[in-house]
Ligand binder design. Structure first.
Ligand SMILES: [Zn+2]
Length: 268
């Protein structure tokens, strides 16, 4: 999101960022070199986090009042059990002029429904609609400053997600016996099919969710172009296809170098 990039570029080195539900570290390229503190309930994932990080629940943060300038919740709110408690804690630890950046799946999207069906919920405890999400997040005292639609590359369709002892329902375990190429084929098919249908009939089958930026000022929110092109290997999304082309219809992902089909600009 352009507004987040602008905020990060202008952030003084002393200003602190809270990576809420950090795992091994959110947005590692964008946040590299910044003053980031992570927090996650899963202590095992913190071992690979390059930043200082605490093990705690999102509704009981081990930080002082007004200690952060920016809170980032990158694909994590849907995993939290206590959203009102989390919002109270974000409000408490943010400085009065602090800001917040959130990405979440749309609870009604085809992508999220398929993910929950195949992975027995997949650890998603929350199912957000846009209006309810904005209403809840403005409980932090902040206002929506920018929004961007995020589209799916159906990255969860990977063999590794069906062969572990993870949350795969018994009726879906047979998927783990399929060859890896069948998952790649399914991902490619869904990427092409959902974008073709959405492009022709103005539907939203390829929608994943939203990126949302919140700031203290109550202004008319910016609407940024959606991430119509999403890497099928690493999940990085682009509102404009990356410029490095491999062939006429293929681009190379600047983050993981994977080849991806290049979708033409999307009309909302
Ligand atoms: Zn990639």
């Amino acid at each position: 999101m352009r507004l987040l990039d602008q905020w990060l570029n202008e952030l003084p080195p002393s200003h602190r960022i809270l990576d809420l539900g950090c795992g091994p570290g959110s947005l590692p390229i964008k946040l590299s070199g910044l003053n980031v503190t992570g927090v996650d309930v899963d202590s095992k994932t913190l071992a690979n986090n390059p930043n200082p990080a605490a093990c705690a629940e999102s509704h009981n943060l081990p930080f002082a009042n007004r200690s952060f300038d920016l809170v980032i919740a990158h694909h994590t709110l849907e995993h939290f059990r206590d959203i009102p408690g989390t919002i109270r804690e974000i409000r408490r630890v943010l400085k009065p002029d602090g800001r917040m950046f959130v990405t979440v799946p749309a609870g009604s999207s085809f992508s999220d429904r398929l993910y929950r069906l195949l992975l027995c919920g997949g650890g998603h405890f929350q199912r957000f609609s846009f209006e309810s999400l904005i209403s809840q997040l403005e409980g932090t005292g902040l206002h929506l400053a920018a929004r961007q639609d995020l589209f799916s590359s159906f990255l969860f369709l990977a063999k590794r997600n069906f062969v572990s002892a993870g949350p795969v329902p018994r009726r879906m375990r047979w998927l783990g016996t399929l060859p890896s190429w069948s998952f790649s084929f399914a991902r490619l098919f869904l990427n092409l099919a959902t974008r073709a249908v959405d492009g022709c009939f103005a539907t939203r089958f390829s929608l994943y969710g939203w990126a949302l930026a919140f700031a203290p000022e109550n202004v008319s929110p910016q609407v940024e172009p959606g991430t119509w092109n999403v890497c099928m290997s690493c999940g990085a999304g682009f509102s404009e296809p990356p410029t490095e082309r491999i062939a006429w219809l293929l681009y190379r992902c600047p983050y993981c170098s994977a080849a991806n089909y290049r979708f033409p600009p999307h009309r909302d």
